[in-house]
Every structure is written in structure tokens, then in C-alpha cells.
Design a protein around this ligand. Structure first.
Ligand code: B12
Length: 314
């Protein structure tokens, strides 16, 4: 599809995505993901999805955007860097993963994608689209790979050869055809197994998937059951999410600071000491994490994580 500016619409979309602050943007045709279906079904039937029963439902939609959004022709995938070298300053404090430092990424990215969709509609008024940021049954990493954004690392997270893996994905499924990117074919992990060997909970499988039931991220953000006793010492201070498998990845050695003010760690949280974490009341929790992904976690479950790691932080 070409526009009056004589540039293909795909080029204008990528220029606009960059203007909006996205670090990556690629476009894939919305074919059915044939190979992924059996991996996903096998993973779920082995129980590796833990309590995330929703991953077993709507598998047809997950692999076929046409089922999710009738008339789908193209899948536009964006990547937004959230890396920062900033760390919480308190010594031995309960740790939050970088992805949850600031305002919930779902809200930030949805707004950016909504601007991108409005831009596309000006260029091509007949185009309709659906915005997905975790919010829809769609295998985002698989679509990102198809759109050329990177390859699934051994930890299963998508890695890009320029910016590493500390980036969120956002997807726009649209009903118009455009010029497509080539899928990322190459695997740049080589023989490296640092993520597998560094995971304290041994949650990373040998086939680019993880066993969510053991993953520190799952245990601290999603699971409603107590952390299995044998894994409590392995939380390594993490009370919400986990960065270990990405921190050790050589592709993140040169990761650059993100440019999104909303993703900054608020100073109030940055300077909290251990006592303040331990004494955090439900009211303070609600105020402090009002717009954070942590607000999705019930206070008593968050508290349990704090208690767990404090036992081992001495
Ligand atoms: C469920 C979920 C989780 C679960 C399960 C994680 C997982 N690896 O599946 C938990 C709670 C543990 C989790 C944790 C995290 N998550 Co999460 N999560 C999701 C979610 C909602 C679905 C993922 C999914 O479908 N998993 C199912 C499994 C089976 O898929 P998979 O492991 O990717 O395997 C697929 C491919 O690798 C491929 N595949 C694997 N082997 C093979 C072999 C062959 C031959 C072929 C063809 C294909 C193939 O097929 C599989 C099926 O498609 C996505 C958003 C979305 N809607 O996609 C975010 C998402 C994957 N998460 C994200 C993030 C940031 C995280 C964390 C880093 C957060 C943190 N710091 O704590 C951690 C990372 C932990 C880890 N190592 O994976 C980002 C990843 C961005 C990126 N660069 O890739 C996503 C995309 C959200 C977003 N919009 O940005 N997450």
C-alpha cells in the first residue's frame, strides 16, 4: 500500500512509531502460527502454565489473529525499551523487577498504540485495528519474531541484537495489507547457557520455554499459592518479578537507559529501607503502587513475599 507521500505506508508507520518513542517496529502478515500451536498445547498439558488456566483457553485465537479480529491482514509489533541501571538504594531491601519500576506498561503502551492507530487511520481511513498489550489472547513473542524484532532467547524472552531483551511488546492487528518484514531467522544465543545456569529456581527448560511453576516472576506476581518452601531461599530478594535471567544475558551488556519518564522508579520507593518495607501498611501500599503493575497484586500476597525474602536477608 502506497500513500500520497509516495512512501509505502509501512515506512510511514515505522517513522511514526519511532516519533512516538518506540524503539522497535516491524510488520508481519497475519498468517496462522502453525509450529507454535503444538509447543503451546504441549507446554500447557505438561502443567507448566501453573495456575494460568487462561493460556489453555482460546488457543485458536492465540495462533490466528483472524479469530481475534475478523478481517485481520497485518500484525504490527512494537518494542519499547525499559532498561535502566538505576537500583533501589536501601541495603538488603526487598527487590522489585525493572519492568515494574514505574507506571504500568500496559497503560503506557496502549496510549502510544492508540496514537499510532489514529495516525494509520488518517493515512488509510478504511483501516480498523485492535490494540493488544497482554490484554488479548495473542502470542506476542511469536508475532514479534515473525515481524523481525528478534529471536526467543533460552529464557524464552525475545532478544534484539541492538537493544537486548529489556523491552516490552505491543501489538496492533489491522485489516489492511502492507509491506512485510522478514522474520528473524537467526538464533544468536549460540552455546551460551548463562540464563539456564543462573536461574536460582532451575525454571528454564532446554527448549526456549520455562516452567512457570518454578519461575520467580510467576511465584511473586501471579501465583496465589504460597511459594514452595524449597524455593523460598531462591527468591534472592525478589518480591515482584525477577531480572536474573536477563541480567546475566550477554546481549544486555550494552543495554541503554530507556527514554520513558513513566517508567522511572519513584524516589520514594528508591530510598525505602528494610524497616519501611517490613512495616508497609495496606494504605501505604495502595498509595505507593497506585499506578504500578504491583497494584494488580493483593496486599497480603505482596506482604508474604516481603516476609519471605526478609527471612533470608537477615
Ligand atoms: C504468561 C506470561 C508470563 C508468565 C509465563 C512466561 C513464559 N515464558 O511463558 C510469567 C508470569 C512467568 C511471565 C514472566 C515474565 N514476563 Co511475561 N508474559 C506472559 C504472556 C502474557 C504470555 C506468554 C505465553 O504465551 N507463554 C506461553 C509459552 C508456551 O510461550 P513461550 O515460552 O513464549 O513459547 C513460545 C515460543 O517460544 C515458541 N517456541 C518455543 N519453543 C519452540 C520450538 C519450536 C520448534 C517452535 C517453532 C516454537 C517454539 O512457541 C511457544 C508458543 O508460542 C506474554 C504476553 C503475551 N500475550 O504474549 C508476557 C510477556 C512474554 N512477558 C514479558 C515480560 C517482560 C516478562 C518478565 C521479563 C517480567 C519480569 N521481569 O518478571 C518475566 C520473564 C520470565 C521468563 N523467563 O519468561 C514480555 C516479554 C517481552 C520480550 N522482550 O520478550 C511479554 C511479551 C509482555 C509484553 N507485552 O511485553 N510472563
Amino acid at each position: 500500500m502506497t500513500t500520497s507521500a509516495d512512501k509505502p505506508i509501512s515506512v510511514l508507520i515505522k517513522e511514526k512509531a519511532a516519533d512516538l518513542g518506540f524503539d522497535l517496529c516491524g510488520i508481519a502478515p497475519s498468517d496462522i502460527l502453525v509450529e507454535q500451536e503444538s509447543v503451546l498445547r504441549g507446554w500447557c498439558s505438561a502443567g507448566m502454565n501453573g495456575d494460568m488456566g487462561y493460556l489453555e483457553r482460546d488457543i485458536e485465537k492465540r495462533i490466528n489473529p483472524g479469530q481475534l479480529f475478523p478481517g485481520a491482514k497485518s500484525v504490527i509489533v512494537t518494542g519499547l525499551n525499559y532498561y535502566t541501571s538505576k537500583k533501589q538504594r536501601g541495603v538488603g531491601v526487598p527487590l522489585i523487577s525493572k519492568y515494574a519500576y514505574g507506571i504500568d506498561y500496559h497503560d503506557v503502551i496502549k496510549e502510544m498504540l492508540s496514537e499510532l492507530l489514529s495516525f494509520i487511520k488518517v493515512l488509510s481511513p478504511e483501516t480498523e485495528g485492535k490494540i493488544c498489550v497482554d490484554s488479548a489472547p495473542l502470542l506476542e513473542k511469536a508475532w514479534a519474531q515473525k515481524a523481525g524484532l528478534g529471536w526467543p532467547g533460552r529464557h524464552s524472552i525475545l532478544v534484539n541484537d541492538k537493544i537486548g531483551s529489556y523491552f516490552f511488546l505491543g501489538v496492533l492487528v489491522v485489516n489492511s495489507k502492507m509491506e512485510y518484514d522478514l522474520p528473524s531467522g537467526e538464533d544468536h544465543c549460540g552455546n551460551c547457557r548463562l540464563c539456564i545456569d543462573s536461574c536460582p529456581a532451575c525454571a528454564i527448560n532446554n527448549n526456549r520455554t520455562i516452567d512457570a511453576r518454578k519461575c520467580i516472576s510467576y511465584l511473586t506476581t501471579v501465583s496465589k499459592s504460597p511459594v514452595p518452601e524449597e524455593l523460598v531461599p531462591e527468591l534472592k530478594g525478589m518480591v515482584f518479578g525477577c531480572d536474573i535471567c536477563q541480567d546475566v544475558c550477554p546481549w544486555n551488556k550494552n543495554a541503554q537507559q530507556h527514554k520513558i519518564p513513566e517508567f522511572e522508579l519513584p524516589e520514594k520507593i528508591e530510598i525505602m529501607n528494610s524497616n519501611e518495607w517490613i512495616r508497609l501498611s495496606e494504605e501505604q501500599f495502595k498509595v505507593l503502587f497506585r499506578r504500578s503493575p504491583i497494584a494488580r497484586r493483593k496486599y497480603h500476597l505482596f506482604r508474604e513475599n516481603v516476609t519471605n525474602v526478609t527471612k533470608f536477608n537477615g
